[in-house]
Design a protein around this ligand. Structure first.
Ligand SMILES: [Zn+2]
Length: 271
């Protein structure tokens, strides 16, 4: 079965935790299953709405169902070599009602920590800076490779970054480099945001056909990292995607790789 993709054999014993199953994480999860990853845990508290269908892999049959269970069921039905499961825990929102904290937990983050510790790679497609900061921090502490990716407003561009066990820099170092413009930031289209009818939060405009550029680069990175030399993960720390030029005109997808050295005000301070 795996003769068409040699690297699949080296992935069957690997576990990936995908945090955020929106327009990027959903496609990445399915592609990781197709690539042969042995176990995929999915963490997201959102449900599939009709409006998601324009940039989500599954359509009307899963409207109203949790994004994670919809993906896990689809993977179980179609890719039996992958164990897909819904990860317990909730990120990106405050728990303000004590009754919502399960009694057996001393810390609401315990299930998330357990998931992080047991993963071979954590994929962060949450598109939330707060979640990026927290997860990259805990992955570093628990010594788990961390791969994150997101699109900018209007999908003018995007980022896929990795912070690995031997990385000297962290996610905060990258923010510091961006602040000083030492590493180029992905392009942003400020007009690319909308509050959908019936929605209470703004979202960005853009098609799944553009967002999947980022999902695919996440998958290529993760497959490379898990394959123990059977698939080249590339040698960059950060990949920056450009889809629109400075005037807003469409470009052919352009990826550029950068190294992220430790920043003197962060991980480079003690050197
Ligand atoms: Zn740092």
């Amino acid at each position: 079965m795996f003769s068409r993709l040699r690297v699949a054999r080296s992935l069957t014993t690997k576990r990936v935790l995908v945090v955020g199953c929106g327009a990027i994480g959903s496609f990445a999860s399915l592609e990781l299953a197709r690539a042969g990853v042995g176990e995929i845990a999915l963490l997201d508290f959102d449900t599939v709405q009709p409006g998601n269908s324009l940039r989500w892999p599954l359509g009307r049959t899963v409207w109203g169902i949790g994004k994670t269970s919809a993906l896990a069921n689809f993977i179980a039905s179609n890719y039996p070599w992958t164990i897909a499961r819904v990860a317990e825990g909730r990120l990106g929102t405050a728990v303000t009602e004590p009754v919502n904290i399960p009694r057996h937990l001393h810390n609401v983050l315990t299930p998330v920590f357990d998931e992080l510790r047991s993963a071979d790679v954590v994929v962060d497609a949450s598109a939330s800076t707060e979640v990026h900061l927290a997860l990259s921090h805990y992955c570093r502490r628990f010594r788990v490779p961390y791969v994150m990716g997101y699109a900018t407003l209007g999908v003018a561009g995007g980022v896929v970054a990795r912070f690995l066990l031997d990385s000297e820099a962290c996610f905060v170092c990258l923010q510091e480099h961006w602040k000083e413009k030492l590493i180029p930031e992905p392009r942003v289209d400020d007009a690319g945001v909308v509050i959908p009818a019936g929605g209470n939060a703004p979202t960005f405009t853009g098609g799944g056909f553009d967002l999947q550029e980022i999902s695919l680069e996440i998958v290529r990175t993760v497959v490379g990292l898990l394959s123990k030399g059977n698939h080249d993960p590339g040698r960059w720390d950060l990949a920056v995607l450009t889809l629109k030029d400075g005037g807003g005109a469409r470009m052919l997808p352009h990826w550029e790789g950068f190294e992220c050295p430790p920043h003197p005000q962060c991980c480079g301070a003690a050197r």
